[in-house]
Design a protein around this ligand. Structure first.
Ligand code: MCA
Ligand code: AMP
Length: 522
C-alpha cells in the first residue's frame, strides 16, 4: 500500500467510501437521466473533483457551509459530492421555500457559499450578501449557471480531504413545533454507518450477483432522496435511472430496466392509479422501499395484489437518518404492513412513558433512539439539543409507538404537532403564526386531515377580528406568497369560535374530527 492509499484507507470522509465502491470499469454508466444523458463513474469522480477544486479555490474557512437551493439535477448531486470530498458542509434547501424562509436559513447558517437557480439570483443574492455570504453562484437543471462555468476552469484531479467520523458533513433544517427551524448536524460517520447498514439489510446486490439499478424519483434536498437513495446506489456501485421529478408513467417505464425503487406513500398511490402497473411491467424489480410518512395498509395490500411484491416500509428522521425497517430477507421475518419493522442493526430503540420509564412490550409510549446514526446536535442550539436527549443519551423522536412481542415497531402517532403531507413535514405552529399576522385575523388553528393523494393535508380554521370580513380564498392566496406551496392548507374555513378545553387550550382533536372527511371521496 502506498502512503497516499493508506491515508485514504484511514479516511472517514463519506465521499472516500463512496468512491471506493465505484466499479473497476469507470467508463460504465453511473447515471442515466430522463432527458437522455449518460454519466459514467469517471464523470462523477472528475466533475465532483472540479467542483471541489472550485470550492477550495475560494479559500473558505474550515466547516464552511454551502447552502444550495436548486432544481434537481445530476450536477446538484455532484455539488453535494464535491462538498463532501472537499470537507465542507452541505446545506440543502427545498426548492419550494419562499424568500422569508430562505432569509431565515441563510441568516442562521451563515453559509460562505450560496448556490441558487438563475431565476432567483436577484433576491437570493441580496439576502445572502446582506447576511455576509461571500460567494453566490447559479446552477440550473440544464447544466448551465455560473457554478459550472467557474468549475470548468478547475482541475479534475482532487485528493479527497481526510475527515474524521464525527466531522460535520451536512446540515438539514427541520421545522419545529414551536419557534425557529433547527439545523440538524449530521456527520460523515452518521451517514456512512447508516448507508453501510442499509446496504446489508436491504441486500444490495454486487455486480457478481447481477447488480442493482435504482430508480431515483425523489427530491434531493431531504434525507430520503439525498442519503437513502444516492448513498445506497453509490455505495453499491449501482447505476441510477434519474427522474428529474416523479412522473408515474416514466417511473413505471423505467421499472423494466431497474431493480430498486424508493418512494413516499404518495408515489405508490399514484403508481397504483396507472393501469399499466402489473407483474409483467415490473418483472425485474426486487425491492420497493417506502418511508417518510405512514403507508396505509390499503396501499400496502393493493401493491401486493397488483405486483406480488410486499413493500419494505422503513422509518427515519432528519436527525437520525434511518432507524428501523421491515426485513428484506424472508428468514428475518415477514414484511408487516402498518409497521416499520425492526430497529436497524446498531440502533437502540426503546419506548418510554412520560416519566421516562421503558414501557412493557406492546404498550404505547414515546420512541427514543441511540446509535452511530444519531446526529451531533442542532446547529448553534446547545440548549435545544440537550432538551431532546435523555440523560443516558437517547434521542427523543417525538413519535409515539410500540414494539410488539416479535420486535416489530409500529408508529401510532406523534407527540409533536406535525402534519406529514406527501412526505413533507408541515408544522401547524408555523402556519398558524403566519395566518395570525394577516390583517383581520384574530386567531387560527391548523390541523391535519386524511387526504387520498398526499396522505394528510392541513385544514386552517380561522377566527376573524370583530368587524373584519375574511375570505378563505384570499387568506390562502396571501399565505402562498409567504410560505412554501406544500405548506399551504388545502382547505380553509372562517368560524366564529374554536372549541376549547377547560384550560382554554384549542381542542385540535375535535377539529380533526369535524373536518376529517373534507377530502373523502375526492
Ligand atoms: C406538491 N404539493 C403538495 C405536495 N407536493 N401539497 C402538499 N404536500 C406535498 N408533498 C402541491 C403544490 O403545492 C402544488 O399546489 C401542487 O401540489 C402541484 O405541485 P407539484 O410540485 O407539481 O407537485 P408534484 O410534483 O405532484 O409533487 C408531489 C410529490 C412531491 C411528488 C409527492 O411532494 C414529492 O416529491 N414528495 C416527496 C417528499 C420527500 O422526498 N420527502 C422525504 C423527506 P399549487 O398548485 O396549489 O401550488 S425525508 C424524511 O421525511 C425522513 C427523514 C424519512 O424518513 O425519509
Ligand atoms: P423529517 O423531519 O423530515 O426528518 O421527518 C421525520 C418524521 O417522519 C419522523 O419523525 C416520523 O414522524 C415520520 N416518518 C418517517 N418515516 C415514517 C414511516 N415509515 N411511518 C410513519 N412516519 C414516518
Amino acid at each position: 500500500m502506498t502512503v497516499s492509499t493508506q491515508h485514504q484507507a484511514n479516511n472517514s470522509n463519506l465521499y472516500a467510501a463512496l468512491r471506493a465502491a465505484f466499479p473497476a470499469d469507470l467508463d460504465g454508466v453511473a447515471v442515466e437521466t430522463d432527458n437522455g444523458l449518460f454519466y459514467s463513474w469517471r464523470d462523477l469522480d472528475r466533475a465532483s473533483a472540479m467542483l471541489a477544486n472550485l470550492l477550495v479555490s475560494l479559500g473558505l474557512p474550515t466547516g464552511a457551509r454551502i447552502a444550495v437551493q436548486v432544481e434537481k439535477s445530476v450536477e446538484a448531486m455532484l455539488l453535494y459530492l464535491a462538498t463532501l470530498r472537499a470537507g465542507y458542509v452541505f446545506l440543502p434547501l427545498n426548492t419550494a421555500y419562499q424568500s422569508a424562509e430562505i432569509e431565515y436559513f441563510i441568516g442562521d447558517a451563515e453559509p460562505s457559499v450560496v448556490v441558487c437557480a438563475t431565476r432567483n439570483f436577484g433576491w437570493v443574492s441580496k439576502l445572502a450578501f446582506t447576511a455576509g455570504t461571500g460567494h453566490v453562484f447559479t446552477l440550473d437543471d440544464d447544466r448551465t449557471g455560473s457554478l459550472l462555468q467557474r468549475a470548468a476552469q478547475c482541475s479534475d484531479q482532487h485528493t479527497v480531504v481526510n475527515s474524521r467520523s464525527d466531522d460535520l458533513g451536512v446540515i438539514i433544517y427541520t421545522s419545529g413545533t414551536t419557534g425557529r427551524s433547527k439545523g440538524a448536524m449530521l456527520t460523515h460517520g452518521n451517514m456512512l454507518s447508516n448507508a453501510r447498514v442499509l446496504k446489508d439489510y436491504w441486500g444490495w446486490r454486487s455486480a457478481e450477483q447481477g447488480g442493482d439499478v435504482l430508480i431515483h424519483a425523489l427530491p434531493i434536498f431531504h434525507v430520503h432522496g439525498l442519503f437513502v437513495a444516492i448513498h445506497g446506489a453509490l455505495l453499491n456501485g449501482s447505476k441510477m435511472i434519474w427522474l428529474s421529478r416523479f412522473d408515474p408513467k416514466l417511473a413505471l417505464q423505467a421499472m423494466c430496466r431497474a431493480t430498486v425503487f424508493m418512494g413516499v406513500p404518495t408515489l405508490y398511490v399514484r403508481l397504483l392509479a396507472e393501469p399499466g402497473l402489473n407483474r409483467e411491467a415490473i418483472q425485474g424489480m426486487r425491492l420497493f422501499i417506502s418511508g417518510s410518512a405512514p403507508m396505509l395498509i390499503e396501499t400496502f395490500e393493493a401493491w401486493r395484489q397488483r405486483t406480488g411484491h410486499s413493500i419494505v416500509e422503513r422509518y427515519g428522521m432528519s436527525e437520525t437518518v434511518m432507524l428501523a425497517s421491515n426485513p428484506y430477507f424472508a428468514q428475518m421475518g415477514e414484511r408487516r404492513g402498518g409497521t416499520v419493522g425492526f430497529p436497524l442493526p446498531g440502533v437502540g430503540l426503546r419506548v418510554t412513558d412520560d416519566a421516562g420509564r421503558v414501557v412493557p412490550v406492546g404498550e404505547v409510549g414515546g420512541i427514543e433512539v441511540k446509535g452511530p446514526n444519531v446526529f451531533k446536535g442542532y446547529w448553534r442550539m446547545p440548549q435545544k439539543t440537550a432538551e431532546e436527549f435523555t440523560l443516558d443519551g437517547y434521542f427523543r423522536t417525538g413519535d409515539v409507538g410500540k414494539v410488539d412481542v416479535d420486535g416489530y415497531v409500529t408508529i401510532v402517532g406523534r407527540s409533536k404537532d406535525l402534519i406529514i403531507s406527501g412526505g413533507y413535514n408541515v408544522y401547524p405552529a408555523e402556519i398558524e403564526a403566519c395566518i395570525n399576522e394577516i390583517a383581520g385575523v384574530q386567531e387560527s388553528a391548523v390541523v391535519g386531515v386524511p387526504h387520498p393523494d398526499f396522505g394528510e393535508v392541513g385544514v386552517a380554521v380561522v377566527i376573524a377580528r370583530a368587524g373584519a370580513v375574511l375570505r378563505p380564498d384570499v387568506l390562502l392566496a396571501t399565505l402562498k406568497q409567504r410560505l412554501a406551496n406544500f405548506k399551504i392548507p388545502k382547505h380553509c374555513v372562517v368560524v366564529p369560535t374554536l372549541p376549547r378545553n377547560s384550560m382554554g387550550k384549542v381542542q385540535k382533536k375535535l377539529l380533526r374530527e369535524r373536518y376529517g372527511d373534507v377530502f373523502a371521496g375526492r
